[in-house]
Design a binder for this molecule. Structure first.
Ligand code: CA
Ligand code: CA
Ligand code: CA
Length: 160
């Protein structure tokens, strides 16, 4: 939240950087996936079977999935991550350790931020689909969802 615009980092660097390459702080603890998990609109880190909140001095563990596993070795993909239930925060689905069931994790945090469910955004909906067809990455909406964001778009919703 302390830097306007996007941040980037990688496994071969020790800093988080802005889009011009300037160092903006320490590197986050993981590099794989993301999840809007707690009450604020800054996205959390999703990797393996855990979700962490980035902080300037350290990350804080918000969720540890017990009795579940991620997939694809170091890529550590969940079965699916994305907003599929409830409000705009993103659920995470992992298989149980014995591969007999899928378990859906949903945020326990209440929020006062009101955003139309993310599947109403076409780019986000497409992102969920490509997670199961190609190189897995978390879905992103077509608009900025983060600290200091303007009011999110209100799509026109039709019901039969
Ligand atoms: Ca930022
Ligand atoms: Ca957050
Ligand atoms: Ca949700």
């Amino acid at each position: 939240a302390g830097n306007d615009g996007a941040e980037v980092w990688s496994a071969s660097d020790t800093s988080i950087r802005d889009e011009a390459g300037a160092t903006k702080g320490r590197e986050p603890s993981s590099v794989n996936f993301l999840s809007w998990w707690d009450a604020d609109p800054v996205r959390e880190l999703l990797d393996g079977t855990h979700i962490d909140k980035y902080g300037t001095s350290s990350d804080t563990r918000l969720l540890t999935g017990s009795g579940v596993h991620s997939n694809n070795s170091t890529k550590a993909t969940p079965s699916l991550s994305g907003d599929i239930l409830g409000d705009w925060r993103e659920e995470v689905i992992w298989p149980t350790s014995d591969n007999t069931a899928l378990r859906i994790y949903s945020t326990p945090y209440e929020t006062t931020t009101r955003i139309t469910t993310l599947l109403h955004d076409t780019m986000y909906r497409t992102g969920l689909a490509w997670q199961n067809t190609a190189y897995n990455q978390p879905p992103h909406p077509s608009y900025f969802l983060g600290n200091g964001m303007p009011t999110a778009p209100r799509p026109t919703v039709y019901t039969p």
